[in-house]
Design a protein around this ligand. Structure first.
Ligand SMILES: [Zn+2]
Length: 141
């Protein structure tokens, strides 16, 4: 099992927002079809928020969009518009990292699972996605 955490870096298109995140090099990512994710073909993976760190003055370039339950905080760069990470409704104690905003070469394997965001409550229970932001010894799950 490749559950050891490694340091990944990434950010938005214009690089005003940069961050690093501790995650395995082999990860599970979520392909979600909710109204927001489907518009931007979002595939993301979730980490406990303490494993995510914004670098430098990145915060100054971020805007936040919310809708519906307003639980998710959709952060995006106000210069280039890219959502490189956000706080997902499924994991208010975690960070959703946009898979394609990780710097190239950092990941060895990505398993993509579907999250049926159009039937959010059912999918939330069925997938156990809430556990993704809980730090455990079994991070490869
Ligand atoms: Zn940007």
């Amino acid at each position: 099992m490749d559950s050891e955490l490694v340091l990944h870096s990434g950010g938005c298109h214009c690089k005003k927002a940069r961050w690093r995140v501790y995650a395995p090099s082999s990860i599970v990512s979520w392909d979600c079809n909710c109204s927001d994710c489907s518009m931007r073909q979002n595939i993301h993976f979730i980490v406990p928020s303490e494993r995510f760190e914004l670098l430098g003055d990145s915060k100054e370039f971020l805007m936040t969009y919310t809708f519906g339950t307003h639980t998710a905080k959709h952060t995006f760069c106000k210069v280039c518009g890219i959502t490189s990470f956000y706080i997902p409704r499924s994991n208010p104690d975690g960070i959703a990292v946009t898979l394609r905003c990780i710097d190239p070469g950092m990941l060895t394997h990505v398993e993509i699972k579907c999250f049926d965001g159009q039937n959010w409550e059912g999918s939330y229970k069925q997938t156990g996605i809430a556990l993704c932001s809980k730090a455990t010894d079994e991070d490869s799950k």
